[in-house]
Design a protein around this ligand. Sequence first.
Ligand code: B4P
Length: 189
Amino acid sequence: MRLVLLGAPGAGKGTQAERIAARHGLVHLSTGDLLRAAVGAGTDLGRKAKAFMDRGDLVPDGLVVEMIAERIREASDRGFLLDGFPRNVAQAEALATQLGEGGLDCVLHLRLPDDAVVERLLKRGRGDDTQEVIRDRLGVYHRETEPLVSWYQDLGLLHAVDATGSIDDVTQRLGAVLEACGTVGDARS
Ligand code: B4P
């Protein structure tokens, strides 16, 4: 299976991605985790990315695409779950170019109202989870990432999933949607 998990910051992408990847034996590729690791290790990429992340802006497309492309290639045979990528149309185009037609089985869109996003992120309290940065990240999400909902809808790949309620509730809803995606993936391979 080749999946994309789409949703606002704090919608639960990382949380659910870990569960889905473990259950289906997929490689979990989180651009947020990879970027934070690069910042932590003080690599050239990390130094370039840090200021963008601290402000809640997207890291420039060229850096992110270069970082993820090789990992997607390596994970292609086993199947993968992309968490936090693509985050705008330019990244979606880069992904489509890399994978070619029929490259994705399913795009899962975790839907959560903005006030619930703010509540969850303030509770999490990561470095970029302050009121001001959260507001900026939500603005970036609505402006840059949300257009991907209709982009993937037009391709017939989008499945909306209600992300309110408990972590287990959301996992259960995702599981139901994934059964349909799994069938497609098996038929193709
Ligand atoms: P990400 O790491 O992708 O982080 P996120 O969107 O904030 O979080 P996520 O949706 O994964 O939420 P989580 O499960 O943790 O991005 C961070 C930054 O990296 C971006 O701002 C950007 O600068 C940069 N970046 C990443 N990818 C990029 C790209 N492709 N291009 C450019 N820049 C990029 O859940 C949040 C909290 O809610 C957790 O504490 C969790 O425990 C809790 N939670 C989850 N589900 C819950 C539930 N059902 N009920 C209650 N709490 C819940």
